[in-house]
Ligand binder design. Structure first.
Ligand SMILES: [Zn+2]
Length: 216
């Protein structure tokens, strides 16, 4: 799970990686994947062996930094975009036309990430319905394709929210819990491994290899 790859200027935010660090991580992981005869996979509704890359929120850097590298390396990836961020006019975020450009790339899937990015577990039933439907309707309209996935803003969800997501047409959904997706029973609460701005390429690899599973 990635967030922002910034613009190359220093940031103290653990969710803003430098572009050069991201490149180093991807190169190291790509070598390891090849040496282990593993694969990068596209995150989908069923678990499959391999590594799937996701980006939350919808940052401009997903298109400007991540996409060129990942497309060149042949790595599929998933982008979860928040409607209010993408419509904000803030250049830090993807615009609707950026989203269409991303969606046109090979092996890129776009999913929803809330209409406003508010934590779903803290809102009324009416607001929850609105968040789930408005975020999906907007993306489907923007991309002119079905949107079947989401990630929960702030990782905030309950079993009832997962049920509501499924009823609103989401076939699978990512949480922010640390772990791997190994059973279809996790389809609406897919765990991920969080990569931070201070994670060297080696630390990233160790996280993927399970060295950080004590955090589970
Ligand atoms: Zn988010």
């Amino acid at each position: 799970m990635y967030h922002d790859l910034g613009d190359g200027s220093p940031s103290r935010d653990i969710y803003v990686l430098s572009p050069s660090l991201f490149r180093a991580q991807m190169e190291t992981v790509t070598e390891w994947v090849a040496s282990q005869q593993l694969h990068f996979v596209s995150l989908g509704s069923d678990p499959q062996p391999g590594i799937a890359i996701t980006f939350d929120d919808g940052y401009q850097s997903t298109l400007s930094v991540a996409a060129p590298l990942l497309v060149r390396l042949g790595i599929p990836f998933h982008v979860f975009a928040t409607r209010s961020y993408c419509l904000s006019g803030n250049t830090r975020y993807l615009t609707e036309s950026d989203l269409r450009e991303l969606a046109s790339l090979p092996n890129v899937v776009i999913g929803a990430h809330g209409a406003t990015h508010a934590p779903l577990a803290q809102m009324s039933a009416d607001d929850l319905q609105r968040e789930l439907s408005e975020s999906r309707d907007w993306l489907q309209q923007t991309l002119q394709r079905p949107v079947e996935s989401m990630s929960y803003p702030h990782g905030s969800f309950t079993p009832a929210i997962a049920d509501a997501a499924q009823k609103h047409g989401y076939h699978y959904a990512c949480s922010s819990k640390v772990g791997t997706y190994h059973s279809a029973s996790q389809r609406l609460s897919i765990p991920r491994i969080d990569i931070w701005s201070r994670d060297s390429a080696r630390t990233t690899l160790r996280k993927l290899q399970g060295s950080w599973d004590w955090m589970l």
